[in-house]
Write a protein that binds this ligand. Sequence first.
Ligand code: NAD
Ligand code: MG
Ligand code: MG
Ligand code: MG
Ligand code: MG
Length: 341
Amino acid sequence: MSDEFTTTVYYDEDADVSTLDDETVAVLGYGSQGHAHALNLHESGVDVVVGLREDSSSRADAEDAGLRVEAPDVAAAEADRVVMLVPDTVQPYVYEAIEDGLDAGDTLQFAHGFNIHYGQIEPPEDVDVTMVAPKSPGHLVRRTYERGEGTPGLIAVYQDATGDAKEESLAYAKGIGCTRAGVIETTFQEEVETDLFGEQAVLCGGVTEMVKAGFETLVDAGYAPEMAYFECLNELKLIVDLMYEGGHMGMWNSVSDTAEYGGLTRGEEVIDREGMEKILEEVQNGEFAREWINENQANRPAYKQYRDAEQNHQIEEVGGRLRELFAWGEDADAQKEEAPA
Ligand code: NAD
Ligand code: MG
Ligand code: MG
Ligand code: MG
Ligand code: MG
C-alpha cells in the first residue's frame, strides 16, 4: 500500500491470488477484456472457464489457447465468480440467461459499472457484486502481463454479501496483473460517471469535435485541406504523447515559446465549460443512460445517422488519402487498437 496518493494504491504485496484457490471463475465473453482476463488468470493458476455461445467465432480461439469453454449459462452455474465481459449493451440479455446460476455467496463481477449503476441488472442480495476494471484496452492487459508487467486498474465493491468481496477483488486484480502496476479503489457510481463524462466531454467527443471544428475553420477560410489535416489532426498525436509522458509542463517545455504563449492565452476561448457541466449533469441524472438504452432498444437509428455523417466528413477522405501516401499509415492503424474504451 502506498500513501503518497490521496487514494490508496494497492500493489502485489496487498493481494494474494490463492484467495481464489477454491473458486471456478467464469469469464463471459472473449473479446478485448475477456481474452486477456481469461488467459492471465489461467496462467496465474486460477481455475477458469470461458462462457461463449455455441455459434461464437471466439470458441476456437479460446480452446486453442488451452481454455475450457462452455455455454454462458453452464459456465455460470458451475462457477463461484461470474465475470461479465460481453459488451455493455448486451449484458442485460446475457444476465437473464445466467442469473439462475448465481448461488448465495457467488460473485457477479464487472469491468464497467453502467448496468448496475443504471439499474439494468439487479442481482440478488445474497451475491457479491464487484468490479475489477483495468484502465487499459484488453490487448495491453495481455501484452504487459506476458512481459511480467501490468496495467493500472480499479476495484469497486457494490454489494458485499460475504464480507470477502474486496479481498477477492484484489486477488483477481493480481491474477490479471493489475497490482503489478497499481490498483485503486473506487465506487460503481464514481467509475461510471467519470468514465462517461471523460469519453463524452474530453476523450472521444471533445477531441473529435475540436479537431473537426479546427479543420473546418481552416478549410472554410480557403486553406488546403491537407494542411488543415496535418495541423489539426496529425500533430495531435505528438502533443498527446508529450502530455502522456510529462504532463502539461512536459508538453509546454517541448513546444516553441510561441506555441506555448499562444496556447496559454488562446486555448480557453474554445472551451465551453457550461457545455461540460451539462454533459456531467446528464450523466449524473441518468438522462444520457436512458437515451442510450432507448436508442439500443430502437435498433440505434440516431447512432447510425451520426456514424454516417462522421464517415462522410471531408476530414475522413483527406485523412484516408494522406495516411496512404505517408509512411506513418500502418502506425496509425496500430494506434486505433489503443483507443479508450
Ligand atoms: P468486446 O466488444 O471486445 O468483446 C465482447 C465479447 O463478448 C465478444 O468478443 C464476444 O465474445 C462476446 N459477445 C459479443 N456479442 C455477444 C452477444 N450478443 N452475446 C454473447 N456474447 C457476445 O468487449 P470489451 O471491450 O472487452 O468489453 C467488455 C467489458 O469490459 C465492458 O463492460 C466494457 O465496458 C469493459 N471494459 C472495456 C475496456 C476496453 O478497453 N475494451 C476497458 C475497461 C473495461
Ligand atoms: Mg454459480
Ligand atoms: Mg466468494
Ligand atoms: Mg504548427
Ligand atoms: Mg467507457
